[in-house]
Design a protein around this ligand. Structure first.
Ligand SMILES: NC(=O)C1=CN([C@@H]2O[C@H](COP(=O)(O)OP(=O)(O)OC[C@H]3O[C@@H](n4cnc5c(N)ncnc54)[C@H](OP(=O)(O)O)[C@@H]3O)[C@@H](O)[C@H]2O)C=CC1
Ligand SMILES: O=C1O[C@H](COP(=O)(O)O)[C@@H](O)[C@H](O)[C@H]1O
Length: 473
């Protein structure tokens, strides 16, 4: 399986020391995903020398921060001498990152090439960026911003305008960790480094494309963020549209940041809600009490910190049209749900039926399918062959390859790209705005109650009126 990002041993660490300043150092993202990604990157020996500075409102000292980093690194076995050296030097400063004076104190600690990671709620990120405009940044500073980028297209546009005042676009890294997943990146290798798939990936041969991300996880104590976001913003507006862009875009001549992101932007500009009809082509639902893999979950509305009146969905579905010559008439069906019966994380390209199955070959039931799994990372091709008994009776088999996770976890991959100053895996400003444009008609219709909020039991397959039919396992 071709991996687009060269694996760790092919890479040389960049020589100069860099400072990684994490704003929101005491938060969940930092502990669970960002620091483990950093730990693995440092352990791989491909990171530059890094000075790590954490900042949050909590009144921690360096020792508490160093323990947090140690614990997070330990979750991924990053406990070697390189990691220990980084931890020994790690510093923590308590600050309100929306205040100019506090930011100046923080910046005074930073040396060398500076990377600032905003692991903050979106509104706080915007206020912090505004304060940084007043405080000023060292030349060459790179900014890493988490999703969701803004809260709608207007706020995304004004955040983009603000960031332009701070640094050039090439130094703004809007993070979508799905772009650091090895299987997501492998969509590029699969499509553009093989002769056999690309010629049939178009409306003449494809019946529909499903991009599904069903998790068994429930809210997991993230009400503070999730109850204001919901499944559409948390997963579809960001991650799943990035996957759609990679699946549907035209071939770039090179994988430079400009060419790749131009192709993604082009296809996203052509993407809109099917028939422009949210009532017909979107669904929203939230989980009721139930059991998931032996674990009892309360109803979402009863989870601690949730305001049931907000009507936040934990499952979102939407059918999109990609209005290009290649894809006209092919529905792209996107879905993400929490507390589902089973994990199902994959993109499925369902091909049209063969032009004619010859008389005498019996038992044709299912069309061919190309399946790209995002966890476990695997590739599958469902094809019809002659069965073992009666040679004229068809049977569907799956040709499958498991290719394991990449060398680095997604956050390690995106961090490495930023330390190298490579924005290829970052979401460009116009793309972030485009993704809001695509989902806004649906979010508007949901707010206006034009689409009912239904319920599904935790541990079930989701609502009965799903727009995505059952797919054979
Ligand atoms: N958690 C996850 O799995 C993922 C999160 N994200 C995104 O990452 C971002 C952060 O999420 P998450 O870590 O879950 O959120 P948390 O609420 O756990 O952490 C937010 C952090 O920001 C700090 N903070 C808030 N306001 C200020 C301020 N004025 N000055 C200094 N620090 C401040 C908080 O400190 P304090 O506790 O003192 O308020 C806390 O450390 C969000 O944009 C989220 O969408 C993206 C992907 C996955
Ligand atoms: O960004 C997010 O992604 C996770 C799923 O990503 P994975 O890397 O764990 O597969 C999702 O659970 C979470 O709600 C969302 O914020």
């Amino acid at each position: 399986m071709t991996t687009v990002i060269p694996s760790a041993p092919d890479r040389e660490p960049s020589a100069a020391r860099q400072t990684l300043l994490i704003l929101g150092a005491s938060g969940d993202l930092t502990a669970r995903l960002l620091l483990p990604g950093l730990g693995r990157l440092v352990a791989s020996g491909t990171a530059p020398e890094i000075t790590l500075i954490g900042s949050g409102r909590d009144d921690w000292d360096d020792g508490q921060w160093q323990r947090r980093v140690t614990d997070s690194f330990a979750t991924v076995g990053a406990d070697g001498p390189r990691e220990a050296a980084l931890i020994r030097e790690a510093r923590y400063l308590s600050a309100d990152v929306t205040r100019e004076d506090d930011l100046r104190r923080l910046l005074a600690l930073c040396q060398g090439q500076l990377v600032i990671f905003f692991a903050l709620p979106p509104m706080v990120t915007a206020r912090s960026a505004a304060a940084l405009c007043r405080a000023g940044l060292p030349p060459g500073t790179r900014l890493m911003l988490e999703k969701p980028f803004g809260t709608d297209s207007i706020s995304a546009r004004s955040l983009n305008d603000l960031l332009t005042e701070l640094v050039p676009e090439e130094q703004v890294h809007r993070i979508d960790h799905f772009l650091g997943k090895s299987t997501v990146l492998n969509i590029l290798g699969l499509r553009f480094a093989n002769r056999i798939f690309e010629p049939v990936l178009n409306a003449s041969h494809v019946a529909c494309v499903d991009i599904v991300f069903d998790e068994t996880l429930g809210l997991e104590a993230r009400a503070g963020y999730y109850d204001g976001a919901g499944a559409m913003v948390d997963m579809v507006q960001s991650h799943l549209l990035q996957v759609l862009a990679l699946l549907a875009m035209d071939a770039p001549p090179t994988l430079t940041a400009r060419e790749l992101r131009d192709r993604k932007a082009q296809v996203l500009r052509a993407t809109r809600l099917w028939d422009d009809d949210p009532a017909a082509w979107s669904r929203r639902a939230r989980y009721a009490a139930g059991e998931v893999a032996g674990r009892r979950l309360p109803a979402y509305a009863q989870e601690p910190g949730v305001d049931p009146a907000r009507g936040t969905e934990t499952l979102a579905e939407v059918v999109l049209a990609v209005d290009t010559w290649r894809w006209a008439g092919v529905p792209f069906r996107l879905r993400s749900g929490k507390a589902m019966a089973a994990t199902r994380k994959e993109a499925i390209v369902t091909f049209r039926q063969p032009a004619r199955v010859p008389d005498g070959l019996v038992g044709y039931e299912h069309p061919d399918r190309l399946r790209i799994g995002f966890g476990p990372d695997r590739l599958g091709l469902d094809v019809n062959i002659n069965g073992p008994g009666n040679p004229f009776e068809l049977e569907q088999v799956r040709l499958a390859a498991d290719f394991g996770p990449g060398d680095l976890p997604p956050y390690g991959e995106v961090l490495r790209a930023v330390f190298e100053g490579d924005p290829t895996l970052s979401v460009r400003g116009d793309i972030a705005e485009e993704c809001w444009r695509i989902v806004e008609p649906v979010l508007g219709a949901w707010r206006a109650d034009e689409v009912p909020l239904t319920e599904y039991p935790a541990g079930s397959r989701g609502p009965a009126d799903s727009l995505i039919g059952p797919v054979p396992g």
